[in-house]
Ligand binder design. Sequence first.
Ligand code: TYD
Length: 209
Amino acid sequence: MKNLFITFEGIDGCGKSSQAKILHDKLSEIDSTALLTEEPGGTQGANEIRKLLLRENNFSWSVETEVLLFMAARNDHVEKKIKPALEKGYTVICDRFIDSTLVYQGMRSELAKKLCLSLYKLIGQQPSLTFLIDMNPQKALDRALSRKNKEDRFENYGVPFQIKVRDTFLRLAEENPKRIIVIEGDSDKQQIANDIFSHVQKYNNKISN
Ligand code: TYD
């Protein structure tokens, strides 16, 4: 398995980070060139921007400015880590990517969505496959709040916000049926992991033939 770029998306607390890690471990067992990374962050520069964006009580920027910051972090991440790894033949697994910006910022303003899409066209790096871990918003929020830390800005908005985020992710999945696979996040963790792994194998076989 080589050069696949796999992203995980979903509402806060849906379990995507655990699934990204399990997939990374599974791929590493059969293929030593798998890289696990995350957004916002992934490089030193992107982590500096992450701190600005996610610290508590930071509501000073417009949503459009937020897009520019998330995209600046993404550009650094793609440029310094994701692209070089893919070029070396790694399979890259990324916990959140472009769809998070399209959803969290894009749902709040049409201009934010347009900014996001046009900058993304310039940065490029389309994921091969995206797993959207879908989950009951209340359950996911309870889980997210139980591991609350001072960075979790977006989790403070409550269930109505989580419902809106979930709906926007699901709409995005409907618009991108070939790339985005919706996974039922309420099922057994191991079952979900097996399901994800078989989708990755199926995709890999398809592009190898
Ligand atoms: P993260 O630390 O990855 O939280 P989680 O463990 O829930 O995935 O991300 C922190 C928050 O940043 C999360 O609530 C989603 C938000 N976010 C955006 O609003 N836009 C983006 O482009 C990205 C990547 C994340």
